[in-house]
Design a protein around this ligand. Sequence first.
Ligand code: XMP
Length: 530
Amino acid sequence: MADILKPEHPAASLAAPARTRGGIVVLDFGGQYTQLIARRIRELGVYSVILPCWTPLEEVEALEPAGVILSGGPASVYEPDAPLCDAKVLEAGKPVLGICYGLQWIAQQLGGKVERAERREYGPAELNVEEGSKLFEGLPPRLRIWNSHGDHIAALPPGFRAVGMTANAIAAAEDPARRIYAVQFHPEVRHTDRGTDLLRNFVFGVCGAEANWTPRAFAEKTVEEIRARVGEEGRAVCGLSGGVDSAVAATLVHRAIGNRLTCVFVNNGLLRRGEFWRTLEGLRETLGLKVVGVDATERFLEPLGGVTDPEEKRRRIGEVFIRVFEEEARKLGRVEFLVQGTLYPDVIESVSVRGPSATIKTHHNVGGLPEDLEFELIEPLRELFKDEVRRLGAELGLPAEILHRQPFPGPGLAVRVLGEVTLERLEALRVADEIVEQEVRRAGLYEKLWQAFAVLLPVRTVGVMGDQRSYGYVVALRAVESEDGMTADWARLPAELLERIAVRIVNEVAGVNRVVYDVSSKPPSTIEWE
Ligand code: XMP
């Protein structure tokens, strides 16, 4: 475990001291909820950055944080290669909150004892809170909490007292003199009652952090940084996808350098029906951006011929994409910078904190870039979660039409046509996709859902249409609710809506005779099928 947290942790370069000053550093032990911790802190208006657990204390202190949180993680502290923090983090006088593995690491480090529990605790449990802890100030004496641990504390370190117990374990402990706090459960997940209030108590009550993380402050700071980096003469090119991320990224850069930014919107032939022309007009008129439209459909579809492997599709699309860009940029004369709307979850998920083997999908705008890239990258949203981007977009005055558009993957419909991508199959999916969007909008659910879309399967099944046997393809419907795309639950769509969509798809999409609904959540599935 220790050695797979590589030095080139993607988050390591994200920390800007001016922002972390008075904020919170989260040291990551590889836990599945680490990003949620940072999100919750940011929701409190306090900047929070995730760094790998092995980050030396000097680097943590250079960011001048008000406090440090140690995340959960899948390992056991008594395993020989268990991940470690710099032990000096506990001696620096900064407030520390350990969560789950973080608690166990603190306990072991300071002379307590951690063992494998006889009864592992997963899921909900009841917490009894002792009086007088700053962490639980203003919270009721009994709380429903969310657990996910196999180890527990057998003996507390000297100086600590237990301030919360479940039936099976010490669930919260503190040494207020050293300002070290620790909980066995997960305050960052919604299933824990008042979890945000607990984090608020730590962040403001214990650490005295500053609530200055606002979209406006971020916009001002980022515009200044971009201006300084690009200089008086520098020029940039930005790829627009029609989605909110690239539009917000471009708008920020446009504010910084005006028309020295040229945007390029590429039709990769994998967009939704009518999307290319509609979006091109919108971006020019509503955002006032200088946009060049390039129809490169054939250049994308040709290399996809015969390819069925999802990662190979992404790789090929990513490669053509960047080549088209380079050509357009060359036409513009000297352009040094490429702007991309990469988000924090893309960064983390592509170069996983759990090591290279755990990379789940190569998001083309991060992992799949060719190595001979001729641009320097500007990724102004690299630190942000999707909902933060939407708030930032609202601050920048982007129209609701763009702000609330559902996410659409960079490789477009190619990852929703399972198997080989052909013009015919793309066209069939476009019709199905349009039906899904129309009906979901008509039902007033478009903005409530993270995504709703159709997937064309390479599977044929038998049906009967007008007394005739049919042997047609299957369309799968996918609709999910999610906060950030990292985890998702399938949407409980009304049966009438599902029926309307299914009937229309079978009637209107040639060659399809069956529609199925995907009832998988993420994890263990992903949102897209490829
Ligand atoms: P998964 O399928 O990994 O998707 O659960 C999570 C979210 O990311 C979107 N997605 C992508 N976005 N480039 C993107 O810009 C990509 O290659 C890509 N792949 C998936 C997906 O639509 C979902 O919202």
